[in-house]
Structures are given as structure tokens and as C-alpha cells.
Design a protein around this ligand. Structure first.
Ligand SMILES: O=C[C@H](O)[C@H](O)[C@H](O)COP(=O)(O)O
Length: 223
């Protein structure tokens, strides 16, 4: 219920004529459902998805999907997160969609993050940080990632490595408390073989959080 409430509040930011980025996961699911209702009631929008799953859900909800390569700018993107720190850094990628999610969020004028309020934390790090890596020599990349100060696990799916929509692997990295997300991201991103990290820093326009009873809007700019 908390995820649904946050998602439905976020959909209120969407207006006629907008180009919308659609996130991935169990919270974004509710945003897609609500947006689909509004489209069926007459709202005119176009959307890009952050995963094949999301594109299929959007199409089922009758939301017009366009190819992201044909879109220069999005008005809003709405997506979940695995953790949100007090300084509005996010961990994302629990569902493996972090790369497309970051591309879509980075193209949006307003990136709206939707969470149940158990995901609001002081520091990131309880949730292992997903890092997308190319399959080639992933074992070497894993060693180099661990030199950043974490223990990492190759994400699996039914006895096989989990493969992202971009045909890459995911290392789930336990750093403990991440007090300086920017330097962790910078270090990892500079490694050959690392495609993207699940750290989203200075990207959120607003975090819409719910405890299942009420919805609160947290704006980074509010200080
Ligand atoms: O890759 C998945 C995404 O980053 C999700 O937005 C994130 O894992 C949150 O998912 P959920 O809303 O299912 O908790």
C-alpha cells in the first residue's frame, strides 16, 4: 500500500503532452498502472521504458511507448529506489535495470523517486550496491571492484548469472555504510569492465515517500 500511494502521488506530476520515463520494479509498477488509467481517460503522453518488463507493462496499460533513441529530453521520469540517503543519494538496481534507469533519469527535467518510507536511510549501504559489468573477464573486474573496499557477489538467476537487458552481469557489492557515495561511484566507474553503478547522486528532483497512511514529498532543494 505504501508503494502504491507514493506511486499514485507521483503520477500527479504528469501533465498532458509530456514525455515520461517509466521506471522498473514493484513501486514503478503502480505508477504505470495509474498512468495507464489516466491515459485511458484521455491523458495524452508518450513514454520510454527503463526495461523490457516495463515496456511490456506500459503497452498492456495502453501507454504509448517510443524508442528512447528518438527522444532528446524527457519532462519527468518516475522510478523506485532501493535506498535513499539523507542527502538524496540513491541506491538502485535491485531489479537489475540500473543502466537504462540512469540514462532515462539523466534525460529527465524532473526525476521523481517513489519509495515506501522504510527505504529512507541516513547513509546508503545496508542494501548491497548493484554494479553492472561486462561478462568478459568479469572475475578480474570483480577483484578490482573489491579493491574499492567491498565484498561482492555475482547475481544469479536459476543457477546461471543474471543477465541484464543490456546483456551484462551484476555484481552486488557490500560496502557497509557508504558515507561518500560520489567517491565510491567515481572509483568504480573508472574501472575497465564496469558499465555503471547503482549510485544515483544529485539526480532526484523530489522523493515521494509513504508509510502506507500518508505521503510526504522531500525536495533536496528545500535544504
Ligand atoms: O533495477 C531496479 C530498480 O532500480 C528499482 O527501481 C529498485 O530496485 C526498487 O525496486 P522496488 O520498487 O521493487 O523496491
Amino acid at each position: 500500500m505504501a508503494k502504491k500511494m507514493a506511486a499514485e502521488r507521483a503520477v500527479e506530476f504528469v501533465e498532458d503532452g509530456m514525455m515520461v520515463g517509466l521506471g522498473t520494479g514493484s513501486t514503478a509498477y503502480w505508477a504505470i498502472q495509474r498512468l495507464g488509467e489516466r491515459v485511458r481517460e484521455g491523458l495524452k503522453i508518450q513514454a520510454v521504458g527503463t526495461s523490457e518488463r516495463t515496456e511490456a507493462l506500459a503497452q498492456a496499460a495502453q501507454i504509448p511507448i517510443v524508442d528512447f533513441s528518438r527522444v532528446a529530453q524527457l519532462d519527468v521520469a518516475i522510478d523506485g529506489a532501493d535506498e535513499v540517503s539523507r542527502d538524496f543519494a540513491l541506491t538502485k538496481g535491485g531489479g537489475g535495470a540500473l543502466l537504462r534507469e540512469k540514462l532515462v533519469a539523466s534525460a529527465a527535467s524532473r526525476f521523481i523517486v517513489i519509495v515506501d518510507d522504510t527505504k529512507l536511510v541516513r547513509y546508503l549501504g545496508k542494501f548491497p550496491l548493484p554494479v553492472e559489468v561486462v561478462p568478459f573477464a568479469w572475475q578480474l573486474t570483480k577483484k578490482r571492484v573489491e579493491a574499492a573496499g567491498c565484498r561482492s557477489t555475482l547475481r544469479m538467476h536459476e543457477d546461471q548469472p543474471f543477465v541484464t537487458d543490456n546483456h551484462n552481469y551484476i555484481l552486488d557489492c557490500d560496502f557497509g555504510e557508504i558515507s561518500d557515495p560520489a567517491s565510491v561511484h567515481g572509483y568504480l566507474k573508472a574501472l575497465p569492465g564496469v558499465v555503471e553503478t547503482g549510485l544515483f547522486i544529485n539526480m532526484a528532483y523530489v522523493v515521494v515517500a509513504s508509510d502506507g497512511q500518508q505521503v510526504a514529498l522531500h525536495y533536496p532543494d528545500a535544504g
